[in-house]
Design a protein around this ligand. Structure first.
Ligand code: SF4
Length: 428
């Protein structure tokens, strides 16, 4: 049974919470990734099986609100954004919480301005060893409100273990992202470490292992993303791959397999274990679930997809990547981005710019099918707002409560019948 976190009701949607509970009861082993389809007169809304807040995010939000409530007369600071969602961060700022750094590590408030009386919250991504140390040296307590996600800590522990066994840590991540900066910092304390963004960069390291790319070349290409003194000749001889937990899990797996294949070729089966460490156990459950559900959503077919989340949310951008292969996909922060049928504002993840697309929502016969999912830092209430906006445009909003209830009712019939597949969900 998942833990019931105490987070503000403004983030929750009663309907979506009920839906998630029913789907969990129907499929406690999480084997069914089919979306839930709400069938209205003019539109079908297919909602991903898994989406939205994960364990780490709910835990961080709960602790951050507790920090504010438990310390009414103290200054409360966050090391950086709580999570990558503007709605959540603005709510905390409105309660007086101040950010010490930007997501990229740029200082807003110097640590020298803090006193031991202040409260500092560590976000779900964690932070660097250097920053933890500096807080400690200044006598600023952060342990009570350290919300570093246990799944991120697991990556740090595994990196540490790899270092103790003499392996180099290859981190699949975006080196500017705070979680990757934190993981790199923790890994570097005990192991040579290097960050690769994608398969192309991993291939460059593999080419070096195979001797077709020089060490000098690697040092110059990765200079800002490797531990000081990293020697490709020596440090790429024994490696283990970990990741920024929100990267495409399938890509991390592929990168691992690429290294494995290179070492297999070089050292055969007998020598493989000494050069390649199996690290599959560090992948985050929520990232896996949300991405697998997005793949199932894409495979179910749609006329368009809406992916909801903060623009700087890495995991949300990967959901966009998975969906855009199947249909026009719009990455939006909330319902406000939808002007009407004729205009939607959305982030283009390839050009990294906000675009306005016209005539994006065209009614069709018999009906339009809209796919909906959201990143791990997006509140269900924001997702519900987007669904309602779509229904307003399709002319189905009046039926919202009725169709949602009917769909939930049909799902409920199957709870307690583990062999029962999902019913055909629809009107009438
Ligand atoms: S996505 Fe995974 S690692 Fe990141 S906060 Fe959520 S549960 Fe933790």
């Amino acid at each position: 049974m998942p833990r019931d976190f105490q987070i503000p009701s403004t983030y929750r949607s009663e309907k979506i919470s009920t839906l998630k509970t029913i789907r969990r009861e129907l499929d406690s082993r999480k084997r069914d990734f089919e979306p839930t389809v709400f069938s209205f007169a003019n539109v079908d809304i297919a909602l991903a099986r898994f989406f939205g807040f994960c364990f780490g995010v709910e835990n961080a939000i709960e602790r951050a609100y507790q920090a504010v409530e438990e310390n009414p007369n103290k200054r409360v600071f966050l090391l950086s954004e709580m999570i990558h969602n503007p709605f959540v961060n603005q709510n905390l700022q409105a309660r007086g919480v101040r950010f010490l750094q930007s997501t990229e590590g740029k200082s807003f408030i110097s640590l020298s301005e803090l006193t031991p009386e202040d409260i500092v919250i560590v976000p779900a991504f964690g932070t660097t060893v250097e920053l933890f140390r500096e807080l400690e040296e200044r006598g600023i307590p952060f342990q009570s409100y350290d919300t570093t996600c246990p799944f991120v800590e697991k990556v740090w522990k595994r990196s540490n273990q790899l270092g103790s066994l003499g392996f180099t840590v290859v981190i699949h991540g975006k080196h500017e992202h705070e979680e990757t900066r934190a993981t790199f910092s923790h890994a570097s304390t005990n192991a040579p470490s290097i960050v690769v963004r994608d398969k192309k960069e991993a291939q460059q390291l593999i080419d070096c292992i195979r001797g077709t790319v020089s060490s000098e070349d690697i040092v110059s290409r990765f200079s800002e993303r490797m531990t000081p003194g990293f020697d490709p000749q020596k440090d790429l001889e024994r490696i283990g791959v970990v990741n920024q937990t929100t990267m495409l899990a399938s890509e991390t797996h592929e990168i691992s397999l690429m290294f494995r294949a290179a070492f297999l070729e070089k050292y055969c089966e007998e020598g493989l274990r000494g050069h390649f460490a199996d690290t599959r156990d560090t992948l985050c459950y929520a990232t896996n679930e949300n991405q697998t559900a997005a793949q199932a959503l894409a495979a179910s077919g749609g006329d368009l997809a809406l992916v909801v989340g903060g623009y700087n949310s890495s995991n949300t951008s990967h959901l966009v990547e998975l969906l855009e292969k199947s249909c026009p996909t719009y990455f939006i922060r909330d319902a406000e981005e939808i002007e009407d049928e004729s205009l939607i504002r959305h982030l283009d993840i390839h050009l990294w710019e906000v675009r306005s697309t016209r005539a994006w929502f065209k009614k069709k016969s018999p009906k339009l099918r809209v796919l909906v999912t959201a990143g791990a830092s997006c509140p269900d209430a924001v997702v519900e707002g987007v669904i309602q906006k779509v229904l307003q445009m399709s002319g189905d909003l009046e039926q919202y409560d009725q169709v949602f209830e009917r769909t939930l009712e049909r799902l409920r019939v199957n709870v307690g019948h583990p062999s029962g597949s999902l019913p055909v969900l629809g009107q009438g």
